[in-house]
Design a protein. Sequence first.
Length: 233
Amino acid sequence: MNYKVCILAAGVGSRMGDFTKYLNKVLIPIKGKPAICHIIEKFPESIEIVIATGFKQDPLISYVKTAYPNRKITFIKVDPFQGEGSGPGHSLLSCKDSLQCPFVHVAGDTLISEEIPEPVENWIGAAKVSDTSRFCSLKIEGDVVKELQDKVESDNEHAYIGLIGVADYASFWNSLENSEEEIDGEIQVSRGIGSLIDIGLIPKEFTWFDTGTPKSYEYARINYPDGEGYSGD
């Protein structure tokens, strides 16, 4: 189908500490190549990739252009990419004009073992974790998501892993753009996901590897792609 992919790579990666002192976190290697390469190569070469950039963007852009000279890749510079008013939701909104079609959104620190489905329906990536209070978690009833709950105690078993397929993109953008909800001063993608829940959002479980913290990165470095997924510990 005709869709695009958006990878968010604008943030400073503060949770990674010294790992991101000199480079963007999506360039940190996993199995011999940068994490962002594993994401890009999940998709057919005919699919356009939109990358939101900001923190240490010049080496990132240069590397990706060199590594994939024959792919259609659009770089969107995000401003601000840190501080008040920034956040993944803001980064995604910065790419809105380039994503006026069904699309898949992937966080730059999210790796999975399985193939990524096309956005023929609204779906959200999920993984079972030991403690959902540390994550944005999914309240699932039957085969649909009923609620997204951010870092609260609950009976939920699945975390949202930073991967979604958006078929109803107009509703998603309207909700993301017009909601005033922020968390710690940052605009979150969850503002747009709420509209997909109202329409119908299908959870899809993946084997997830998180490269966003030193501990989870070390787990991914050893176990990706064939080991057990990250459990949130």
